[in-house]
Design a protein. Sequence first.
Length: 201
Amino acid sequence: MCQKVVIPARCVPPAPGARPVNKGFTLIELLVVVLIIGILAAIAVPQYERAVWRSRNAGLKSLLKTLASAQEAYYMANGAYATQFEQLDIDFPLKKGSGGWGACRLATDGSADSVRVGDNMQLILGNYAGVSSVFAVWTEGKYKCTGFSIRSSLDETKRLECLETRNGTNTIKPGEFCINVEHGVLEYEGNSMSASRYVLP
């Protein structure tokens, strides 16, 4: 019977002057990896932030459309738009605001129940210079005093508009919310006492 003979491997010393084999990463390789990660983060983080805000905005727009529908129902029954939330046939699970101009200085008729306040947002029954509007705006965060509106008594189409206030209550650049986040098109650029309006796609 044959027996298997195992010959041990012979250790061969490196040739004189040969460089030792380095099994780690060089500083250049690590810097390249860090640079690639930085570039990916610079692209991904703003996109993620926009997606988060678009998701939050969807909820705000839904509330506004519900409010606009309630206003239209009130108008059909009474021949005028409601100036107080308690006049509407729908109850919003929000606290009563203080009336007046609201946190973002959007015009109301000044009645005590023309503003409803939620978590970092407001719903407003606007009534200024004979124009009835409904607003839903953010009151805190990066996009404070930006939001959406529907002009009930002025626009037959009752279209949803994006707005950015221009009265010193927000600090963003023009178009940063309505163009960059909501992809709106500028329709009216407001002066220091109003808001810029954007048509939404």
